[in-house]
Design a protein around this ligand. Structure first.
Ligand SMILES: NC(=O)c1ccc[n+]([C@@H]2O[C@H](COP(=O)([O-])OP(=O)(O)OC[C@H]3O[C@@H](n4cnc5c(N)ncnc54)[C@H](OP(=O)(O)O)[C@@H]3O)[C@@H](O)[C@H]2O)c1
Length: 341
């Protein structure tokens, strides 16, 4: 089988090597999938840059999701047949043309979904679902702030929260992305490069009226978000993209760490607010049934056309480096995927 293996940290052009390896056999409770393609996530960029704590030691095969057809069933696997089209959460190892996966992490998908649409479900939609459905409870008329709103997780959150009738503030860094956000129903798109988003929301009259923020940026964005919260408000933190800017600079890294702030539980009780962290790898490891339930839920919503992942671009596998640069360059809207043929 073929894998794109991360052999060194740094530039996308020299970081990956196309390697030939023996195709693995599925063990008990596992399936072998012949891949059509795999998805990219911003965490892959951070792993390539050497700033992703959960990245396995090099050489490593990155990739959280893969879509393809069942090629072999391991002992005891029920509910799947050879040839079924499936989506799997791979927990690394996804940049490959064959993957072995526990059947628990696999769902059947229809032919209707493209590679990009399907792979968006396994990491970005499941993260958004966990954040917006399992972690916090939101209702019609609630005010929510979504950062990196035009990205993979961001667009997923928008779709899930529009269904509930929430009023959405979304940040992004270009006019093209702001126009896109408007077109998909974001009530207040904000270009964080042009204005201080916290001041802008206050100016619009929504200071201390935000019920939840969804924050993959980290650093001082956490404190700024917190200042906007209403009683009962929550800051949901699921990333630290600002690390890409601070990378290699001790003082910037320190500033980023301090930027998160120091928090006392008393503050949360007295103002009835909370900070919530999400790491889907931990959820997948420690609560596989809950993870499977969320994966099935987003798949069902997609099949029912209640959600529809937006795919920014699908790249041929020979252009993996270009796909990484596209995501790292903050140009992408929605999902970025890679196909084998
Ligand atoms: N905790 C978890 O389990 C989990 C799971 C999945 C994803 N995540 C996190 O969720 C975030 C989004 O992931 P994704 O794959 O969907 O990526 P994405 O949102 O499609 O792409 C990243 C986007 O973040 C925005 N961004 C804002 N500030 C940034 C900064 N300082 N550095 C880099 N980018 C910045 C950029 O758009 P604009 O600049 O235009 O806003 C960029 O396009 C990432 O932080 C990722 O690590 C966490």
């Amino acid at each position: 089988m073929k894998t794109y293996t991360l052999i060194k940290f740094g530039e996308a052009e020299s970081a990956f090597e196309l390697q030939e390896k023996p195709t693995p056999k599925p063990g008990k409770g596992e399936v072998l999938i012949k891949s059509e393609g795999f998805g990219l996530n911003f965490a892959d960029v951070m792993a390539r840059l050497g700033i992703y704590r959960d990245c396995p030691p090099l050489p490593a095969v990155l990739g959280y999701e893969n879509v393809g057809h069942i090629a072999e069933l391991g002992e005891g696997v029920k509910g799947f047949e050879i040839g079924d089209r499936v989506l799997t959460f791979t927990r690394f190892g996804g940049y490959a043309d064959h993957v072995v996966s526990p059947a628990m992490a696999v769902v059947k998908i229809s032919d209707r979904l493209s590679i990009g649409e399907a792979t968006a479900l396994a990491t970005q939609y499941i993260t958004a679902y966990w954040a917006a459905e399992e972690t916090v409870s939101l209702h019609e008329g609630d005010h929510v702030l979504i950062h990196a709103a035009a990205g993979g997780v961001g667009t997923a959150l928008i779709q899930l929260l529009k269904r509930k009738g929430c009023i959405i503030f979304g940040t992004a860094g270009s006019q093209e992305k702001l126009d896109y956000l408007k077109s998909i129903g974001v009530d207040y798109p904000i270009n964080y490069r042009e204005v201080n988003y916290q001041e802008e929301i206050e100016k619009l009259g929504f200071g201390k009226k935000i019920d939840a923020t969804f924050n993959p940026i980290g650093g001082d964005y956490v404190k700024k978000d917190y200042k906007l919260l209403n009683s009962g408000g929550r800051v949901v933190i699921y990333g630290a993209s600002k690390m890409t800017e601070a990378r290699g600079n001790f003082f910037k890294m320190l500033g980023l760490a301090f930027g998160f702030g120091f928090w006392s539980p008393i503050k949360f009780v007295s103002s009835s607010t909370s900070l919530i962290g999400i790491n889907m790898l931990r959820v997948a490891d420690d609560k596989p049934m809950a993870f499977k339930r969320a994966l099935q839920a987003v798949n069902d919503l997609a099949e029912a056309e209640e959600i529809k992942p937006f795919v920014g671009k699908e790249f041929p596998h020979t252009e993996l480096a270009a796909a990484h640069n596209y995501l790292e360059g903050r140009k992408s809207i929605g999902k970025v995927a890679v196909k084998w043929s």
